[in-house]
Structure formats: structure tokens, C-alpha cells
Design a protein around this ligand. Sequence first.
Ligand SMILES: [Zn+2]
Length: 460
Amino acid sequence: MEKIVSLAKRRGFIFPGSDIYGGLANSWDYGPLGVELKNNLKARWWKKFVQSRADMVGLDAALIMNTKVWEASGHLSNFSDPLIECKNCKHRFRPDHVDGIIMNASITGEYGSGVGIGMDDGTRIFIKEETKCPDCGKKFDLADKPRQFNLMMKTFLGPVESAENTVYFRPETAQGIFVNFKNVADTTRKKLPFGIGQIGKAFRNEITPGNYIFRTREFEQMEIEYFIKPPETEAEWSEVFKAWRQSILDWAKDLGIKESEIHEYEVPSEDLAHYSKRTIDFEYDFPFGRKELYGLAYRTDFDLKNHNLDYTDDEGNKFIPHCIEPSLGVDRSILAAMCSAYAEETIGENDVRVVMKFPKWLAPVKVAVFPLLKNKPELVAKAKEVYNLLAEDLTVQFDDNGNVGKRYRRQDEIGTTYCVTIDFDTIEKDNTVTVRDRDTMEQIRVKIDELKEWLIKNLK
Ligand SMILES: [Zn+2]
């Protein structure tokens, strides 16, 4: 993990947020290469799941929504985590992140000495006698019960900081889709089943953000709400659910994630959210452990019902559609793709190269163009000409620093798929260039006239 974080900072993928002022609580900024990577990822998802499907349309809803949305969706009353405060250092923790606290404790459970506490949401936790504060090490005062802490980010609309001007940043993109269901159905005249996809930021006031870009308070989601007729049999929704399950697995594979690195966790029925009939968490083996990467849930008619939204079919039947939700995180996708792509290869005695083996479509830079020598104006001029030619259609970098071997290493480290070198043969002999492949390191010569076409074909 440290190697990836350091490479990402050194090469301009990801910087600590507000870096020159000491950062800000696990916030991160995407640098020049990071933004290319992220744009490639989002464009691919949009193309695959929205534009290339006749049963999908897109949406881009506002980040701040009417508070009535959050009342109806249940976020205002339910979207909270219990928090326990240390009396000594005043730091607050999620009980499930503290050693010695048992979540969803059974009443008859034997956990040793300590105290069982009933939470506002009806669950029960047990705090062992010897439980210590993870920060200051002092024993918790068991008389103080954890309190619910709403995870929505609050702000005020307009100049007056009053209760009626209080609004929230959306904690998920999904509600933007639900509240627009009727607008979209009416204007596009889509017939069920159809889905609405959206990419956008969401905000959660997480108590303990962490693990780099894995859990941040500001993050980006790629969500789909796929609407179906109220199913009469289990098979009717199961079929759709299964198809989306496969789509998520295919997407992970497309991202460069090996099948063996993805683990499906079927959420047991007793742990399902009250609106969900079935949920699968797709977990990935991050360097810091196996954690949720994507989610797929059958949300029934819960959300549209909350917003009093219905649908009338061609026969005039009025009903509330049900919904299946594939939910993908942009930042988690980036992190998983970086972890899967990172490789150290021994290519000679005491010679190791670091290479980011991104899938070609994802690589932030597609081609690097080098003049063999930087002090030969005719080589530099020709290389600039080739750069300009390619930059019209591809993401290209020009590099004339150091020797060609060092330039290859620099490009390998950021995952550049091809390196093109202009040498004396180019200008004196046959107008060809050397094209070097990132993964095989093999080199071939290609005519400049055919170069762009060759690259575009091979980048597919
Ligand atoms: Zn403490």
C-alpha cells in the first residue's frame, strides 16, 4: 500500500488534499494523471452501461436536495452510526472499530464481564469491562452509552443560518434518480424494464475515514437504478438481479481485476437493510484487507413508494415499479485498479522495473514520444511533429529527459501503453519510428504515415 501511495503522489496521480496546509482529514486531490485515469474510468462506465444500452438513460442531479427528500427516504432519521465518546480524551469512535465492543450482541451471549446497552435503533451492543480507548488507552466509562450520529453533511442555503435554511449534501446519488423517476419516464417514454444511471459525488460525515481513498467523506459514485414491474414470482426479479451480478463481475474483469481477487458476500437475510430482499457485496483483496468494492441490491418498491411515485403501463395499469441497484464507487474502482495493476518485474540482474499494467483503455497516457537525443534539433523537431499528430486523437506525453532507458522506466511506472522513439533512421532512411510495448517490452518499427492508425487499432 505504501508503495502505491508514494508512487501516486510522486507521479501526480493522487495528492493529499490541502497539502500545503497540512492536509484535511483524509481528503485527496486527483493530479494530472489521476484525473485522466478517473475520466477514462467514468467514460467507460457511461459508454457501457448508459449509452450502449437501449434500456438505459442518464441523469445528473443536484448535490443539495430539498430536505423533504431525506425525510421521505428515511436518511434524516435512520442514516446514522452509533458513536462512543472517551470521557478522558473526548475522541469519538464507532463502536465496531473499538476492540472489546461486540456489535449486535445477543441477550444470552457470554462475553465476560461488562455491560450490555440497548441502542436507539433496537440493536444491542456489549462493552467488555476492560475495553480501552484506542487513542489514549484509558478504560471507557461504561455509564456513558453510545449516541446516534447522523452521517449527512449539513450546510445552510442562503445567508441565514437557521433551522429552516438547513440542507444536506446528498449521502448517495440514488435519491436524485428516484425523485426524477417520473420526469424521466414521462420525457423519454421508456417502457419497463429500464434503468437510470448517474455518476456524481456524495458526502458522508464518516466518523473514521481512512485507508487512503477507500473511505473518504467526499466520494464519487456510479449508480444505476433499474426499474422493473412488480414481480409476481421470485424468478422475475432474480433473473434481472443475476444479469446485473454478471455485469458487475464483467466490469471488474474489464478493470484489470483478477477473478481470484473478487469475493462475493451474500448478505444474510437477518443483516439485510429493511428495504432489501437480497444484497451482494463484491469484496476486493485490498492491501489493508478484504473490503467492499461494489454492491448490488434488490430494493423492492421501497424508494418510489416513499416518494409517492408510480407508473402507468400501456394497458392503463397503475403501479409502483420495483428496483435493482448496482452501486459502484469511482474512488474504490481507481484504488482497486491501481492495486491490481501494480507490478515489480525483475528484468535483469539487480534490475527491477515498476510497471502499472493498467488495461489499455484505462491507462492515463496512451503514448509517449521521444527524440532519441535531445541535443539534435532535427530529431526534436520530428518528434514534436509526431507528438502533434498523435495528440489530436490520443493522450500523449513528450519526454526528452535522460536516456531512452530511463524514459521507458518513467513511462512504465505510470502505465503508458506505448513509447515511440524518433531516431536517425527516422529522418535519414525510411520515416519509421520505434514502437515499444509496455508489457512485452518488444520493439517494432512502424511508418509514421501508418502510426496513428496502428496505435488506435492496438489500443482497442
Ligand atoms: Zn481516549
